[in-house]
Structure formats: structure tokens, C-alpha cells
Design a protein around this ligand. Sequence first.
Ligand SMILES: Cc1cc2nc3c(=O)[nH]c(=O)nc-3n(C[C@H](O)[C@H](O)[C@H](O)COP(=O)(O)O)c2cc1C
Length: 246
Amino acid sequence: MNETLKTINNLRSARNDFIDKKVPAQIMNTIIEHSMKAANASNVQRYSMILVDEPKILEVITNKNTAKIAIVYCLDYNRVIETAKYMGYDYIPGTDNWYDIISGIFDVSALAQTAVIAAASLGVDTVITNSVLRQNQKEIVNQLKLPEKYCFAVMAVLFGYRDIPRIVQNNRLAAEYIVHHNQYRTLNSEEHNDIIAGYDQFYPQYIDDAHPHYLDFFFNDWCGPKDERVNSALKERMKEAGFIIL
Ligand SMILES: Cc1cc2nc3c(=O)[nH]c(=O)nc-3n(C[C@H](O)[C@H](O)[C@H](O)COP(=O)(O)O)c2cc1C
């Protein structure tokens, strides 16, 4: 296995367990520069990153995680609009169509995941989090001084170091359940049982009398009713920022 594949194979998300040691600025710069090699639609680069190391802002962004530094990834058209204006064009951002928004969210995600891989190759631990979506949206805009329009904080990556050994574990389903050849196929009961048993191996700590399998915990307790307040707040923020999809 080459070094790149080893790095990818050993990826594991950190949790709220970063030690009190900040990633040096030079390493963060290397991570950022390399993450920007990620593919993006039409090379528009309709995103911005906010590097956050101010404790008060970090607290809001990360929901009190122990990480000392984070990057918030925003889908952001402001720079493109400004450049167009500077050149005398009236550029209309595609914030009112699914095609553009889906492509934009892919761009942001590729940027974040590439940062995770770059970080791991440098011995830096990370976790991607969508906690920015669960926070008070006005607070996110205020703390980060985000432009009101055409900018939306999609996710964050927290960077740091852990002092516990990284447990390399295959915690993904077998590719045969995920990859379809030419045409989509539905799984049979034997395969479903295998998936259930697979999750039991990944997460035995969730199995108890009330939850014979991890997925009993997942479907009963974890993916319970979605918080409608979060959904309405996000809808409101997106509308305010000009991302309007009916
Ligand atoms: C969009 C996205 C949001 C996530 N949000 C969180 C989060 O808020 N908190 C967290 O601890 N992990 C979060 N994760 C990490 C996943 O929980 C993690 O990738 C998954 O459980 C698999 O574990 P592994 O990355 O260690 O293999 C997120 C991952 C993604 C891609």
C-alpha cells in the first residue's frame, strides 16, 4: 500500500478529545493550500474558508469542542459577484437553482475532505462537523461577520492532536452493499443481516437489553424525530442569504 492509500486507510474522526496543543500556523497553511487542489465545478471556487482560533468564536462554532483551531467552510458567491462588478458585469449567482447549490455544496465538501486527508498525512487529527447547522444562525453570522447575502456556513473541520492511539478499524460496510454494477440492485435479507452484524462490530458499546443491535439504538434513539426548529432556522437563514429554492 502506498503512503497516500495508507493515509486514507487510517483516517478516523476525532471527537471531543483534542489535547491542549494547537496546530502550528505553517502546518495549517500547508493543509489549506493543498485542500484547495480539490476539484470544484467550473473552477468558480464559490467558497470561502474562515480560519477560527479565537476561543470565544470557536466555542460557538464547535459547540464547546476541545479543538483549538477550526475552519468553517462557506458556500460563498460574494467574491465572484464583486469581481464581476469590478469588471462591469452584472453576475447573477445561481443561488436560486438546485443545480448550482448541489454543485456548490459538493465543492465545499471536497475542500473539507481534502483538508482532512492533507491533515492526516501531516499527523494532524480532524473531525468534520455540521454543528454550524445546529447553532443559532444569527450568532454564526454575527460571530464570523459573514456577509448577509450569498454566503452560507455549511460545515467546519476541527484540527488538533489526540494523545490516544488512532484505532485503525474497518468501520465501513462492504463495498458490495454500496457499489452497484451498471444497475441498482436491492439487497436480500441475508445481506441486511450481514449489515446489521457489521454495525454491531463497529459499535458494540451501544448494544444492551433495550438495543439488541447497534442499529436498534440508531433507528430508535439516535435518528429520532428531527428537530423542526433547526430546519426552520436553516430555511430562514438560507432565504435571508438569497438561497431560494421553491
Ligand atoms: C457532514 C458531516 C458531519 C459530521 N458531523 C459530526 C459531528 O457533528 N460530530 C461528530 O462527532 N462527528 C461528525 N462527523 C463525523 C462522523 O460521525 C464520522 O465520519 C463517522 O461516524 C465515521 O467515523 P470515522 O470518520 O471515524 O470513520 C460528521 C461527518 C460529516 C461528513
